[in-house]
Structure formats: C-alpha cells, structure tokens
Design a binder for this molecule. Sequence first.
Ligand code: ADP
Ligand code: ZN
Ligand code: ZN
Length: 813
Amino acid sequence: MPLLADVAVPVPLSQAFTYEVPAALAGEVRPGARVLCEFHRRKLLGVVLAVSERSAAIDPSKIKPLAALVDARPALPAELLSFLQELAAYYFAPIGEVLRLALPAIEREQVRALKAQGELDGMLDLGRAKQVGGRKVAYATATDAVEEPGTLRGQAAAVLALLRANGEQPVARLEERYGNARSALKKLAERGLVALDEREPPRDPFFRLPEERDVPPELNPAQADAAARIDAALAALSAPGKPVPSAPGDAEARGAAPREARPAGPSAFLLFGVTGSGKTEVYLRAIKSCLDRGRGALVMVPEIALTPQLVARFRARFGDELAVLHSGLSDADRHAMWASLHGGKVRVAIGARSALFAPVPDLGLILVDEEHDGSFKQEEGVRYHARDMALLRAHRAGAVCVLGSATPSIESVALVRRGKLVELRLPDRAHREASLPEVTLVDLRRFGAGPSGDPLISLPLHRALERTLAAKEQAILFLNRRGFAPSVVCGSCGNLTTCSACSVALTYHRGRRRDARPQAPAGAPAPGPAAPLDERPQGGLLRCHYCDYAGPLPERCASCGSRTLLLEGLGTERLEATIAASFPEARVARLDRDVAGKDRSQAILARMREGKIDILVGTQMVTKGHDLPNVTLVGVVNADAALGLPDFRAAERGFQLLVQVAGRAGRRDRPGRVLIQTRNPEHPAIAFAAAHDVPGFLDREIRDREEVGYPPATRLALIRIDAVDEGVGRGAAAKLAAHARTCPDGLARRVEVLGPSAAPIARLRGRYRFRVLLRARERGPLRGTLAALAGLMRDGIDRNARVILDVDPVAML
Ligand code: ADP
Ligand code: ZN
Ligand code: ZN
C-alpha cells in the first residue's frame, strides 16, 4: 500500500488533498511539516495533516507525489496542529486559511535548500508565506580577563576601552568607528580579553533594557487561595498518568465545544478581581507553578494592554524566558520569537490575540487577561474568538486555563454558572489603603452647562476639575468620540452630512492646533454645542470613521444649498480645546487614535505619570493607562454615547467601559472620585457601575439576555452578505435565509432564522450590507444548519455578492 499524506493547501477549501509520499521522504514527512505540492499545475506550500499507509480512496493514478519537504522538523507541533483543525471545524473556516494563522515565515535557508533541489522553478507559489533570513549579528563583549599592562596599543586598546566603558557592541558598529576593528577584535579574542558571538539581533523595543528581578510580594489570603487552586489544577494535569486529551478529529461531531472539566478536577478558572486586586500577581505565581512542573505558559492580553510596563512585570519575574509577540514586530523578530518557543529555548509567551497560536512547548497554562475585551475577537479573515479558543486549546492540551477580569464577560459568567469554569474571587484591592473611588452621577437633565458654556461640561464637573487642579492632582476626562464634532448638520433643512460610501455621519476633525491656546468653540445652542460654519476655525477635514474618506467641509448643504452648516456634538478634539480654554492655567493633553500611534500613546502616558499633564482628555486609550497614582478625578463626559447602539451587548460594553474608566481613579493612598455624566442615571449599566456592583449587573444582564433570547441563553451565527449592487445583496441574503428555513432544523424551529435584513450600518465602503441571523438554544442544530448552508455560502449564490459567516458574532453593526 502506498504511503499517503493528507495535505492542506492555502486555498479557501475545507478539505485536505491526498499526495503520495515518495520513498526518499518516507519517515521524514510528518504531520505539521510544510511541503511543496503540485496543485493545478502550480506548486503550493501545504501542511501535512496526516500520513498513513493505506489504499487511496481515489484513482491511484491521479495521486501526485509530494514535490519536496520544507520543514525537517514539523513547523506545527502535534498539539497545535490538532487544535487548529478543531478551530477550523468550529468556525467552518478553510483549513488552509486557519493554518496560515500559526505558520512561521519561511527561512531563507529553507528556500536555498529548495532551490538546490531544483524545486523552485517558475511554478512555485509560496502564497503569502513570508521569508526571513537567518541574519545573525556578531557581538563583541569585554571579558573579565585583564591584560598585561602596556601590551595593547592602537585600535585594539581603543576597542577594548570602549567595550569596557559601554558594554557589549555589535561588531558592525565598531567597524564604523575603527577601520581595523575586525583584526583588533581577533587579536583581543585570541588573548581572551573579548568574547565574540553571533546572535539574533534584539531589535524589539520591549527588550531594550534589562529588567531587574523583583521580589515577589507575600500574597494576601484571596490571592493565596486562587494561586493554590490553580497550582492544584496544574499538579493534577501534570502528574504522571495525566488524563490524555481526547484525539482530534471528532470535533465536527461534537461541535468542538470545551467539554466538562475532567474528573481530575477543575482546570479552567475565571479570576474575578477588581482593578488593582492583584490579578497579575496571581498570574505570575501560576506561571511559576507551571514552569516548575517543566511546562510552558501562554499569556494573552488585549493589544492595547500590551505595554512596556506590563511586559516589564513579567520580565522582572521570568527574565528572558519570555517571548513577547505583538503587532509591531518585524518579520525577522517575529520569527526569532517563534523559533525560540518552537525550539523550547523559551517557554513563556505573552501577546495579543494572535499569540493564541504560539508554539509554546508542552503547554501547561493559558492565561487570558481582561478576558471581556472585544479585541480578542478577530473581525476579518478567520473570525475566531481568542478567549473561547484559549479554553479549547487548553482543554485539548491538558493545560489549565485562567480567564481574568474586573468585569467578566457575560459568556464567562454563564460558564461559571453551568459549572464549566470555577470562579476565583479577589474582592479587595491589593493595597489595603487603596479604596474604591467614590462615584457620583451627574444627571445632565438637571445640571446645565458650567462656566465653559458647553452643556457637556456640567457645573459639577467643572468644579471638580477646579478642585483637582487646586490640589495639584490630575484628572482624566473620558469621551469615546474622536474628532472635533461628530456630525455636521444643515441649520436650515437639518440634513446630516454623510459619507458617500458609507451610511454613517462624517466627523469634523479640526486637525493640528496652530496655536497653543485655541479659542473656545463659539455658540452652544441646546441640545449640544453647534458652531455655525463662519465661526469655526479654518481648515480641518471631514472624515469617515469607517472608510478612508477625508475631504474638506462643503461650502453648502448638499440637500438645500444653505450655507449654515452646524458642527454638532462633542468629540475629543473639541473637548480638549474647550477644557484648555476654560482652565488656562492647566496643562491639557489628548490621547486618542488621531494623536497617538502605539509609541506616542506610551509617551503621553509617561508624561502623565511624570506629572507634566494636569488634565488628560481621551478615548478608550486612557482607560489602559496603568499606574497613574496621582489621578484623583475621572470624568465620564457622556456615558450614554455607547448605550444606544443597536447591539445586544451595548449595555454590557458600556458597563465594562464605565467600570474600567472608574478604576483609573485613585490608587495607593489617594482616594479617587469619579463623575459620570448621563441623561439615563437609572440605566442598569450606569446605576450598577456607579454602585461598584459588578455581580449585580451580571445577574441582571444574564436575566435580560434570557428574556430576549440572546447569548449566552442562545447561540448565534451571523451570515453577512454585501454587494456593490443593493439588489444583488438583498437577493443573495433572501436566498440564504430561504434555504436556512427549509433545512430540517429550520423547519422544526430548532433554529430560528432572522432576516434577511439590512445591517444597522446599511452601507460600508460602497457596499450594501445585509444579514441573516441564525439563532438556536442548542449548538447541534445550529451547526447542522450551517453545515447544510456551507456549500451555498462558499460557492456563492451570486458571484457579485460576498458572503461571510461569523460564528458567535461579537460585532453586530
Ligand atoms: P490587577 O492586575 O488586578 O489590576 P495588579 O496585579 O496590577 O492588579 O496589582 C495592583 C498593585 O498591587 C500592583 O502595584 C501590585 O504590585 C500590588 N500587589 C499585588 N499583590 C500584592 C500583594 N500581595 N502585596 C502587596 N502588593 C501587591
Ligand atoms: Zn440643508
Ligand atoms: Zn465611509
């Protein structure tokens, strides 16, 4: 019988293809290894899923041999490979696309080897696979040895002195300075005065400074209990004869759901602790327990939380046994990190969503910090949820999973109630003196504008800012709207200026300030400030926050031709200007996506930490400013903004945001104050946040979801359809909905088919958007229906319509 390999190729198809393993490669081709294989007269880079000796299910003469083996050692370890297959099955995603999420770049050496074998002729298509060179950098370091006095002269003496004074240096840099650096170094190395070595260049900003090891604090009782229970779970799973995770392959049948905890005891936890309760310290202990057992650990954090301070805390405990994976890495850096994990040199990985696919050796622990954060959901390509998949990967790897949050997601709380997660609670802040901030609701229906004249800076907020400034303390003002004015409205006919490609309002951005002290925006008629065009500052642009459109403010209303266009509403730019004008003595700064890329935002937060800013105005980005002990006032300028969205998670998200923002006020010995401005003080998201009552909100929200039949009471799959032509999109959506309704589970009403309907944002980037929502109490029928629809979705109902399946959707707009 021939030796056959099932190979996944990077094409949007769910199945694998069968190839014959040539005799020369028998024993070398293993699952997880990349191979070159011929596919429709092209050579593609594929991944071996399985190898077995069997008779082929198809005509043996049609089976081609593998062209070449790329990885001598499989790029994907068995544990990761089987997890990826389950992920693909769960999301109905093409296996080739899913594998790509985890595959490393191709090393140039591999490419060279293939070339030598004559495999790289014109037919090769490495797809989107990136190539990296194994470029190593030579370093020189002065040793402790001491030379005989007077035996060194010229450049050798100078180079040695420089190395001793400034520490190790790349040889290339020495060569720039000293023409004979190479021969000088050779001489010095021969005498044992200098050590030369080759390294992967450490270009990652997170690794610029060596971190001093810290002394772990003594845990408080709640932390100690949490750490002990995680340790016990690790012990149970790591003991000899540990229960072996069941084999992959049956995922489709069971829906790849994380199963009940095994008899060994609980192995998945929800660490529910208020901000500052010391969750990170519990993570650090858990990682230590895991490493002590010889296993590796994976830490996932939201991208925005992956800051140098956080990484420094991990490095202070684990030194260089830490791979940091983030979006700013160069291909070469990413590959170096990947290789150090894959080779077992480094056993702890920390990173954002995509770290889910890190090849952590003998994975024993996955931590997901801020598990409620929306950034764990990938919203393009393979639409996976990294938190859900962390539970799955941990379960299959025989690893412990810990989800941590101060505001747990409703999904995770539901898992606790169903006995699938064990809750660990840290009820108090770690520093005994640090109390939770006092929260005051400011009802905007009762309080008008303060001295600034802007109705969104109420008198109580104004006074609180004054007191904070007088006490030489700092304030944060949170507003989740970028730009100057969120809408431009015609003063005569009321027409709203919208994007020509999207059905959303354009935001007016004034752009760079020309003078340090801008004028306050003039005119503020209720309900919301609006400045007529002729009073607005010159310049600026209208921007669409959904597509890349940016253009000048029109002279006239597009609908009636009137010249009275009004800038309505308050964005962070305008808030910054208004605050700066009202508090001329204060140093005001802004932090949002417009002023800050990743590095800039760190710089702004650093200035805040150093006390060089008095009032920081910003969007969500300010909520992640950790460790700002002098911030004693947090103002939420408009708590209602997020609550009105047509999304069943709007209340949950609004609540989380309020609690996270409030958590920025007062740490250590300074009591903090939070002012929340709202027109809906009785809205549960606002009322519970003001009372610091997270469990109360969760209870209420779970009940509400049960009532309206949304997750976690039900399971959803959203089919998104879009097309340039409105009729094409609508037609495709209608066909899909009709088909879903005639599936057996649709007919039996085990799966409810909602729609087709226009999406809440009906048009985006020039495409009309429709959707069909499938809803079911049980996962099985939903999956059955999706399986029945899969072919129709893939092959397209209409070539001009794009169909995207989103299982467990998060973004509903
Ligand atoms: P969280 O991750 O829950 O927001 P952190 O782990 O950042 O909380 O802890 C908040 C602060 O308390 C940090 O400065 C941390 O060093 C400190 N801390 C945590 N645990 C202890 C402890 N057991 N004893 C003293 N300080 C602690
Ligand atoms: Zn008009
Ligand atoms: Zn647009």
